[in-house]
Design a protein around this ligand. Structure first.
Ligand code: PQQ
Length: 240
């Protein structure tokens, strides 16, 4: 690989999303296309809770390694987006409003007892990646958020149209994400474009984004195998 301009690097990052973001996964198509039962949608929300709940842990470990107040302030905003400020609910709390709206017991969701092993391993791999890899790779791994407004729009409009058990209120988690994600991306992308200034670093940021796409994909694979086809939930996992 030759050294790319920052613009060419951004194009290469976007091409990774075109190729492997979870918007292409069959489970996503079934979810927004109205092809799932209520129990299968509950399984999705319950498992995805672990992703939401783990995001602040990965952001906190990233903040700990940022070298300046300016950088830490920028990343701290994400912690507030997810954890809230004690007055306004954050994303984790809003995700529980979603699982409430789908009729799941909150204590059961938070206990993680019904989680698929595949979800646990994929999410834990993200937190560990951010803790152990370089700051540049850790920041680059957040860049799937470049692609999330698209999948969120598709999911929200499709679910509202196709399921009588889903209301706009149930899905309010997603509304703030449509403005928060582009704000997150503006910073992370400009950081990556400025700091990936060698071929080796450019290869690392591209690999970090592929890794992140893969762990999002693996979460939907786990749901598909357990609840759609061949529908074999592992021992102890949530049963609709
Ligand atoms: O709905 C989605 O498909 C989706 C995807 C992603 C993503 O691409 O990582 C995030 C979110 N949602 C999300 O809600 C969110 O808070 C979030 C934080 C992060 C991150 O890596 O820091 N990704 C995502």
């Amino acid at each position: 690989m030759n050294l790319m301009s920052p613009e060419a690097l951004e194009a290469a990052l976007r091409a990774i999303g075109e190729e492997r973001y979870h918007i292409l996964h069959p489970f996503h198509h079934m979810l927004h296309g109205g092809k799932l039962t209520k129990g299968q949608v509950q399984a999705w929300a319950l498992n995805r809770y672990y992703y939401q709940a783990s995001i602040p842990a990965k952001d906190a470990s990233l903040i700990a390694r940022l070298p300046t107040p300016e950088l830490r302030r920028e990343w701290r905003r994400r912690l507030e987006d997810h954890d809230g400020d004690g007055v306004h609910p954050g994303g984790v709390e809003r995700w529980l409003a979603l699982t409430d709206g789908l009729g799941l017991d909150r204590d059961y969701v938070v206990s993680l007892k019904g989680l698929l092993p595949g979800t646990r391993f994929a999410v834990d791999a993200y937190v560990q990646f951010v803790r152990e890899r370089s700051l540049l790779e850790a920041i680059a791994s957040s860049l799937t958020e470049m692609f999330s407004p698209n999948i969120i729009s598709q999911r929200v409009s499709g679910m509202l149209r196709n399921y009588d058990f889903v209301t706009a209120e149930t899905l309010t988690y997603f509304t703030p994400r449509l403005t928060q994600a582009p704000q997150d991306v503006a910073f992370a992308l400009s950081y990556v474009k400025a700091h990936a200034d060698t071929v080796e670093k450019q290869e690392q940021v591209l690999a970090a984004l592929r890794f992140k796409c893969d762990l999002l994909w693996a979460q939907l694979d786990a749901l598909h195998v357990a609840y759609v086809e061949p529908a074999l939930p592992p021992p102890g996992a949530f049963r609709p």
